[in-house]
Write a protein that binds this ligand. Structure first.
Ligand SMILES: [Zn+2]
Length: 283
Protein backbone atom coordinates (compact mmCIF):
# COMPACT_ATOMS: atom_id res chain seq x y z
CA UNK A 1 0.00 0.00 0.00
CA UNK A 2 1.51 3.30 -1.09
CA UNK A 3 1.80 6.24 1.28
CA UNK A 4 -0.85 8.96 1.18
CA UNK A 5 1.23 11.36 3.23
CA UNK A 6 2.56 14.56 1.64
CA UNK A 7 5.51 14.31 4.05
CA UNK A 8 6.68 11.13 2.29
CA UNK A 9 6.99 12.92 -1.04
CA UNK A 10 10.21 14.49 -2.27
CA UNK A 11 11.12 17.61 -0.28
CA UNK A 12 10.63 20.17 -3.07
CA UNK A 13 7.48 18.46 -4.35
CA UNK A 14 5.70 18.74 -0.97
CA UNK A 15 4.86 22.48 -0.90
CA UNK A 16 3.64 22.26 -4.50
CA UNK A 17 1.33 19.37 -3.65
CA UNK A 18 0.06 21.11 -0.52
CA UNK A 19 -0.89 24.28 -2.36
CA UNK A 20 -2.30 22.21 -5.24
CA UNK A 21 -4.55 20.22 -2.87
CA UNK A 22 -5.70 23.43 -1.17
CA UNK A 23 -6.62 25.14 -4.42
CA UNK A 24 -8.17 21.98 -5.90
CA UNK A 25 -10.28 21.41 -2.79
CA UNK A 26 -11.91 24.81 -3.14
CA UNK A 27 -12.68 24.10 -6.78
CA UNK A 28 -14.16 20.62 -6.30
CA UNK A 29 -16.28 21.40 -3.22
CA UNK A 30 -18.30 19.61 -1.84
CA UNK A 31 -16.02 16.82 -3.10
CA UNK A 32 -12.77 16.63 -1.20
CA UNK A 33 -9.59 16.31 -3.28
CA UNK A 34 -7.16 13.85 -1.75
CA UNK A 35 -4.14 11.63 -2.46
CA UNK A 36 -4.85 7.94 -3.00
CA UNK A 37 -1.21 7.09 -3.82
CA UNK A 38 1.90 9.14 -3.18
CA UNK A 39 5.27 7.62 -2.44
CA UNK A 40 5.47 3.95 -3.37
CA UNK A 41 8.44 1.72 -2.48
CA UNK A 42 10.08 -0.48 -5.12
CA UNK A 43 8.54 -3.56 -3.50
CA UNK A 44 5.06 -2.02 -3.51
CA UNK A 45 5.55 -1.03 -7.16
CA UNK A 46 6.54 -4.60 -8.08
CA UNK A 47 3.50 -5.99 -6.24
CA UNK A 48 1.29 -3.56 -8.12
CA UNK A 49 2.91 -4.59 -11.42
CA UNK A 50 2.21 -8.24 -10.67
CA UNK A 51 -1.51 -7.46 -10.43
CA UNK A 52 -3.24 -8.71 -13.59
CA UNK A 53 -0.06 -10.44 -14.69
CA UNK A 54 1.22 -13.09 -12.26
CA UNK A 55 -1.40 -12.16 -9.62
CA UNK A 56 -5.19 -12.00 -9.90
CA UNK A 57 -6.96 -8.77 -10.79
CA UNK A 58 -6.86 -6.08 -13.51
CA UNK A 59 -3.61 -4.54 -14.84
CA UNK A 60 -3.24 -1.18 -13.13
CA UNK A 61 0.25 -0.10 -14.11
CA UNK A 62 2.88 -0.54 -16.80
CA UNK A 63 5.68 0.39 -14.47
CA UNK A 64 7.85 -2.02 -12.53
CA UNK A 65 9.88 -0.98 -9.48
CA UNK A 66 12.06 2.04 -10.35
CA UNK A 67 10.04 2.85 -13.47
CA UNK A 68 7.44 5.01 -11.79
CA UNK A 69 7.86 8.53 -10.47
CA UNK A 70 5.91 7.35 -7.42
CA UNK A 71 9.03 5.38 -6.42
CA UNK A 72 10.93 8.65 -6.01
CA UNK A 73 8.16 10.57 -4.24
CA UNK A 74 7.66 12.64 -7.40
CA UNK A 75 4.10 11.61 -8.29
CA UNK A 76 0.65 11.61 -6.69
CA UNK A 77 -2.61 9.98 -7.68
CA UNK A 78 -5.58 12.18 -6.94
CA UNK A 79 -9.20 11.24 -6.36
CA UNK A 80 -12.27 12.84 -4.76
CA UNK A 81 -14.38 11.75 -1.82
CA UNK A 82 -17.52 12.79 0.02
CA UNK A 83 -19.05 10.96 3.00
CA UNK A 84 -16.79 7.98 2.38
CA UNK A 85 -17.83 7.80 -1.28
CA UNK A 86 -15.04 7.73 -3.92
CA UNK A 87 -15.28 9.67 -7.15
CA UNK A 88 -13.07 9.61 -10.30
CA UNK A 89 -15.32 11.87 -12.34
CA UNK A 90 -13.80 13.57 -15.42
CA UNK A 91 -15.74 16.75 -14.57
CA UNK A 92 -13.83 17.06 -11.30
CA UNK A 93 -10.43 16.43 -12.96
CA UNK A 94 -11.27 19.11 -15.54
CA UNK A 95 -11.50 21.59 -12.65
CA UNK A 96 -8.05 20.87 -11.25
CA UNK A 97 -5.79 19.84 -14.17
CA UNK A 98 -4.72 23.42 -14.98
CA UNK A 99 -3.87 24.01 -11.32
CA UNK A 100 -1.45 21.09 -11.46
CA UNK A 101 0.06 22.18 -14.76
CA UNK A 102 0.57 25.70 -13.40
CA UNK A 103 2.84 24.10 -10.83
CA UNK A 104 4.83 22.30 -13.51
CA UNK A 105 3.10 18.92 -13.05
CA UNK A 106 2.67 16.47 -15.89
CA UNK A 107 -0.83 15.00 -15.99
CA UNK A 108 -1.39 11.30 -16.74
CA UNK A 109 -4.74 12.17 -18.35
CA UNK A 110 -2.80 13.60 -21.32
CA UNK A 111 -1.15 10.30 -22.13
CA UNK A 112 -2.39 8.42 -25.16
CA UNK A 113 -1.09 4.94 -24.39
CA UNK A 114 -2.01 4.45 -20.75
CA UNK A 115 -4.44 7.23 -19.81
CA UNK A 116 -4.03 7.78 -16.08
CA UNK A 117 -6.33 10.61 -15.01
CA UNK A 118 -5.63 10.49 -11.25
CA UNK A 119 -1.87 10.71 -11.85
CA UNK A 120 0.25 13.89 -11.57
CA UNK A 121 4.05 13.81 -11.63
CA UNK A 122 6.74 16.48 -11.22
CA UNK A 123 10.35 16.11 -12.36
CA UNK A 124 11.61 19.28 -14.09
CA UNK A 125 14.82 18.65 -15.95
CA UNK A 126 15.42 15.05 -15.02
CA UNK A 127 14.64 11.67 -16.58
CA UNK A 128 13.67 8.44 -14.85
CA UNK A 129 17.19 7.22 -15.55
CA UNK A 130 18.54 10.29 -13.71
CA UNK A 131 16.16 9.60 -10.82
CA UNK A 132 17.39 6.01 -10.58
CA UNK A 133 20.96 7.36 -10.53
CA UNK A 134 20.01 9.48 -7.50
CA UNK A 135 19.38 12.81 -9.25
CA UNK A 136 16.40 14.90 -8.06
CA UNK A 137 14.82 18.12 -9.29
CA UNK A 138 16.43 21.09 -7.60
CA UNK A 139 14.15 23.83 -6.33
CA UNK A 140 11.78 24.89 -9.03
CA UNK A 141 8.35 26.38 -8.61
CA UNK A 142 7.32 26.73 -4.99
CA UNK A 143 4.26 28.19 -3.33
CA UNK A 144 4.47 30.99 -0.82
CA UNK A 145 2.35 31.05 2.34
CA UNK A 146 -0.62 32.46 0.39
CA UNK A 147 -0.45 29.68 -2.18
CA UNK A 148 1.03 31.93 -4.89
CA UNK A 149 3.52 30.20 -7.12
CA UNK A 150 6.96 31.68 -6.77
CA UNK A 151 10.39 30.52 -7.81
CA UNK A 152 12.51 29.83 -4.80
CA UNK A 153 16.16 29.22 -5.52
CA UNK A 154 18.12 26.82 -3.39
CA UNK A 155 21.73 26.91 -2.24
CA UNK A 156 22.50 24.55 -5.12
CA UNK A 157 20.87 26.95 -7.62
CA UNK A 158 22.94 29.83 -6.27
CA UNK A 159 26.17 27.84 -6.47
CA UNK A 160 25.48 26.76 -10.06
CA UNK A 161 24.63 30.34 -11.05
CA UNK A 162 27.79 31.63 -9.42
CA UNK A 163 30.27 29.17 -10.90
CA UNK A 164 28.69 28.42 -14.31
CA UNK A 165 26.81 31.66 -15.00
CA UNK A 166 23.16 32.17 -15.96
CA UNK A 167 23.22 29.85 -18.97
CA UNK A 168 23.35 26.66 -16.92
CA UNK A 169 20.05 25.26 -15.62
CA UNK A 170 20.59 24.41 -11.92
CA UNK A 171 17.93 21.69 -12.09
CA UNK A 172 19.88 19.95 -14.87
CA UNK A 173 23.17 20.28 -13.02
CA UNK A 174 24.06 17.59 -10.52
CA UNK A 175 25.95 18.26 -7.29
CA UNK A 176 28.65 15.93 -8.62
CA UNK A 177 29.16 18.24 -11.61
CA UNK A 178 29.46 21.22 -9.27
CA UNK A 179 31.98 19.41 -7.08
CA UNK A 180 34.06 18.36 -10.10
CA UNK A 181 34.07 21.92 -11.39
CA UNK A 182 35.24 23.30 -8.03
CA UNK A 183 37.94 20.62 -7.81
CA UNK A 184 39.08 21.63 -11.31
CA UNK A 185 39.24 25.29 -10.31
CA UNK A 186 41.26 24.45 -7.21
CA UNK A 187 43.80 22.41 -9.14
CA UNK A 188 44.13 25.20 -11.73
CA UNK A 189 44.81 27.70 -8.93
CA UNK A 190 47.52 25.39 -7.53
CA UNK A 191 49.00 24.93 -11.00
CA UNK A 192 49.01 28.68 -11.54
CA UNK A 193 50.77 29.31 -8.23
CA UNK A 194 53.43 26.78 -9.22
CA UNK A 195 54.06 28.46 -12.58
CA UNK A 196 54.18 31.84 -10.85
CA UNK A 197 56.84 30.68 -8.43
CA UNK A 198 58.84 29.21 -11.36
CA UNK A 199 58.71 32.58 -13.08
CA UNK A 200 59.83 34.23 -9.85
CA UNK A 201 62.79 31.83 -9.63
CA UNK A 202 63.72 32.49 -13.22
CA UNK A 203 63.59 36.23 -12.58
CA UNK A 204 66.05 35.87 -9.72
CA UNK A 205 68.37 33.81 -11.92
CA UNK A 206 68.27 36.48 -14.58
CA UNK A 207 69.06 39.25 -12.12
CA UNK A 208 72.01 37.23 -10.77
CA UNK A 209 73.28 36.54 -14.28
CA UNK A 210 73.00 40.19 -15.18
CA UNK A 211 74.94 41.25 -12.08
CA UNK A 212 77.61 38.68 -12.82
CA UNK A 213 77.96 39.76 -16.42
CA UNK A 214 78.24 43.42 -15.49
CA UNK A 215 80.90 42.63 -12.88
CA UNK A 216 82.87 40.49 -15.35
CA UNK A 217 82.70 43.15 -18.01
CA UNK A 218 83.93 45.80 -15.64
CA UNK A 219 86.93 43.60 -14.80
CA UNK A 220 87.52 42.89 -18.46
CA UNK A 221 87.40 46.56 -19.31
CA UNK A 222 90.09 47.20 -16.69
CA UNK A 223 92.24 44.50 -18.28
CA UNK A 224 91.65 45.77 -21.79
CA UNK A 225 92.90 49.23 -20.99
CA UNK A 226 96.19 47.72 -19.83
CA UNK A 227 96.66 45.37 -22.82
CA UNK A 228 98.37 46.15 -26.06
CA UNK A 229 97.42 43.31 -28.40
CA UNK A 230 94.14 44.35 -29.96
CA UNK A 231 93.69 41.08 -31.82
CA UNK A 232 93.85 39.04 -28.60
CA UNK A 233 91.21 41.18 -26.94
CA UNK A 234 88.92 40.96 -29.94
CA UNK A 235 89.22 37.17 -29.91
CA UNK A 236 88.42 37.04 -26.20
CA UNK A 237 85.29 39.09 -26.72
CA UNK A 238 84.15 37.11 -29.72
CA UNK A 239 84.30 33.98 -27.58
CA UNK A 240 82.53 35.78 -24.80
CA UNK A 241 79.72 36.85 -27.15
CA UNK A 242 79.25 33.27 -28.31
CA UNK A 243 79.03 31.94 -24.76
CA UNK A 244 76.62 34.65 -23.78
CA UNK A 245 74.44 33.98 -26.79
CA UNK A 246 74.28 30.30 -25.85
CA UNK A 247 73.29 31.11 -22.30
CA UNK A 248 70.69 33.52 -23.53
CA UNK A 249 69.28 30.99 -25.99
CA UNK A 250 69.00 28.36 -23.27
CA UNK A 251 67.22 30.63 -20.83
CA UNK A 252 65.10 32.15 -23.57
CA UNK A 253 63.40 28.81 -24.00
CA UNK A 254 61.52 29.55 -20.75
CA UNK A 255 58.03 30.99 -20.90
CA UNK A 256 56.54 34.52 -21.12
CA UNK A 257 58.03 37.17 -18.92
CA UNK A 258 61.34 35.37 -18.48
CA UNK A 259 61.82 35.23 -22.22
CA UNK A 260 61.22 38.95 -22.62
CA UNK A 261 63.53 39.78 -19.75
CA UNK A 262 66.26 37.59 -21.20
CA UNK A 263 65.98 39.11 -24.63
CA UNK A 264 66.21 42.54 -23.03
CA UNK A 265 69.28 41.62 -20.98
CA UNK A 266 70.90 39.85 -23.93
CA UNK A 267 70.44 42.89 -26.11
CA UNK A 268 71.97 45.17 -23.52
CA UNK A 269 74.87 42.78 -22.98
CA UNK A 270 75.67 42.42 -26.70
CA UNK A 271 75.33 46.17 -27.09
CA UNK A 272 77.97 46.69 -24.37
CA UNK A 273 80.32 44.18 -25.99
CA UNK A 274 79.94 45.73 -29.43
CA UNK A 275 80.66 49.13 -27.92
CA UNK A 276 83.80 47.75 -26.31
CA UNK A 277 84.86 46.07 -29.56
CA UNK A 278 84.40 49.28 -31.50
CA UNK A 279 86.29 51.14 -28.89
CA UNK A 280 89.17 48.62 -29.08
CA UNK A 281 89.20 48.63 -32.90
CA UNK A 282 89.38 52.43 -32.94
CA UNK A 283 92.47 52.39 -30.72
ZN1 LIG B 1 0.19 7.44 -10.39
Amino acid sequence: MASRRVEDLYEYFQPLVNSFLKEANNATYPWQTFITDGFRSLQEQNELYAKGRTQPGKIVTNAQGGQSWHNFGLAVDIAFQKDGKLNYDQVLYDKIVKMGKDRGFIWGGDWSVFVDKPHFEWHPGITLEDARAGKRPKGGNMSDEYGNIVYKSTQHDETVKYIFGEDKDPRQTSSKEVQNHIAGLKSRVTEFAKVESEIENKKEQIVRLKDQLLKEDKLRLDVITSLSTTEKIVKTYETRTKVLQEQIDTLAKEKGECQNKLAEIGKVEIGIINKILNWIRRR
